[in-house]
Design a binder for this molecule. Structure first.
Ligand code: SAJ
Length: 424
């Protein structure tokens, strides 16, 4: 049985460590946070992810998974730590560097090191390799080094860890082959092999592709608002074309991936990656557009109150990182508008959260920011009865417009209004 040391027990490291430990590996999970380590050793997790809590309990009980605050000797080391952006939109590689340095004392000939964190192309070759070689071992001969990004969708992590194809890039072909053997323990999708730098680029391209397409959808939505037509109708029918896939417009792009990764390309190639930069800027400008629309919708109300439905960056998750809803809320706050927020999935927000009933009570405008299933079944009559004005702004086109209109609401949908003369 292989021993695998997984450094970083977050959204990706923890599910990966857990799934490996139920697939015939002894896993040591390492994290700097004592509360996370102690929680895992008790079989408890702090994140919301379907199926993970139960699988973790099984793994810990079996003795194949234990967490620690320090690394330990192993056959394989997997680094899955955050790579956020710096204030100047560069890639902040400090966690990767620290994780690599933390395993150097434990490296032995024949070890395999795999980086999973999204990283600028060239990281394994130019940054990680030299750090690992401080052990006195040579990458490519004594040590094997590979890159294999996670590609799972939050909310479906366990399922996608198994079913998605994986791209494994080695600094040498042998490194890639050895890394493939590790993933083959639980991946049912195809595992393709390439170079480390190509694999690093592929990961960023995937999220950049999505970001640019969402930016296009958002831009079309703004154009539709100007034209007084409905983006959702435009997208729906344009998508009847077999080679067209207009994405969903919305209040902006949140999460720790799509809103971040494209910057790694812009930073590395500022002159060439102009389109990528424009897409990022378009998506980053959406929360301000939403806040301006809210202000316009409340222009006739004195001391307005807004009910924000949803703080998570997307439906069904508890994650508020880079969430457009949080940005909109703080913009409204700065304008002195009273805001109440509710989100049945978020428990750790620094913002005060309340129940949906309290949120709507006395509000002049309900703003749907996250299309959680719980909000889709809200009864417009009950909501309207609690509010001071029956006004709804749906930034996701998730609610039944007709039902809310029938209940006496003035309904505004992002990309489909307000009428041009009321636009901010
Ligand atoms: N969004 C839109 N319109 C759309 C699709 C999404 O506005 O048409 C918004 C969402 O509301 C959300 C954001 O974009 O705020 C991102 O959501 P997402 O579901 O597209 O992606 P993430 O960030 O949850 O996960 C992505 C995934 N990448 C791709 O789909 C290419 C996932 O597979 C990656 O593993 C993950 O990034 C990552 O870790 O890189």
């Amino acid at each position: 049985m292989n021993t695998i040391c997984v450094v970083g027990l977050g959204y990706i490291g923890l599910p990966t460590a857990t799934i490996l430990s139920v697939n015939d590996a002894k896993v040591i999970g390492v994290d700097l946070r004592r509360d996370i380590v102690e929680g895992i050793n008790r079989g408890e997790i702090a994140i919301e992810e379907p199926g993970l809590a139960a699988l973790l309990k099984t793994a810990v009980k079996s003795g194949n998974l234990r967490a620690s605050m320090t690394a330990a000797p192993a056959d394989v080391f997997i680094i899955a730590v955050p790579t956020p952006i710096t204030e100047t939109n560069g890639a902040d590689m400090r966690c990767v560097v620290e994780a690599a340095e933390s395993i150097v004392p434990y490296l032995r000939p024949g070890n395999l090191v795999i980086l999973e964190s999204t990283s600028p192309p060239g990281t394994c070759r130019d940054l990680l390799g030299p750090i690992l070689e401080q052990s006195g071992l040579k990458v490519g001969t004594d040590l094997f080094l590979a890159y294999c990004a996670e590609r799972v969708l939050p909310g479906r992590i366990l399922e996608e860890l198994v079913s998605n194809d994986r791209v494994v890039g080695g600094v040498t072909p042998e490194s890639a082959q050895k890394a493939r053997d590790i993933y083959a323990r639980f991946v049912q999708g195809e595992i393709v092999l390439t170079s480390a730098t190509t694999a690093e680029m592929i990961k960023i391209v995937e999220n950049t592709f999505r970001d640019v397409n969402i930016a296009l959808a958002n831009e079309i939505a703004l154009l539709c608002e100007r034209l007084g037509i409905d983006f959702w109708e435009v997208a729906r029918h344009a998508n009847r074309h077999p080679r067209v896939n207009v994405h969903q417009a919305g209040p902006g792009v949140g999460g720790h991936c799509i809103a971040v990764d494209p910057w790694f390309l812009v930073e590395a190639f500022p002159k060439t990656a102009g389109l990528v930069r424009r897409a990022r800027e378009r998506n980053d400008a959406m929360p301000a557009h939403v806040a301006d629309t809210i202000t316009a919708l409340l222009a006739d109300v004195e001391s307005p109150r807004v009910a924000v439905l949803g703080l998570a960056y997307k439906a069904g998750v508890d994650d508020i990182r880079e969430s457009p809803a949080v940005k909109v809320t703080s913009m409204l706050d700065k304008q002195g508008i009273t805001v109440r927020c509710c989100d049945p999935h978020v428990h750790t927000a620094s913002l005060p959260l309340c129940s949906v009933e309290t949120c709507l009570s006395g509000a002049d405008l309900a703003v749907l920011m996250t299309d959680h299933a719980e909000f889709k079944v809200l009864d417009p009559e009950t909501a309207g009865a609690a509010m001071r004005h029956r006004r709804l702004y749906d930034t996701r086109n998730a609610l039944d417009r007709d039902a809310w209109t029938r209940a006496g609401f003035e309904v505004t949908v992002l990309g489909a209004g307000p009428a041009p003369e009321r636009l901010p």
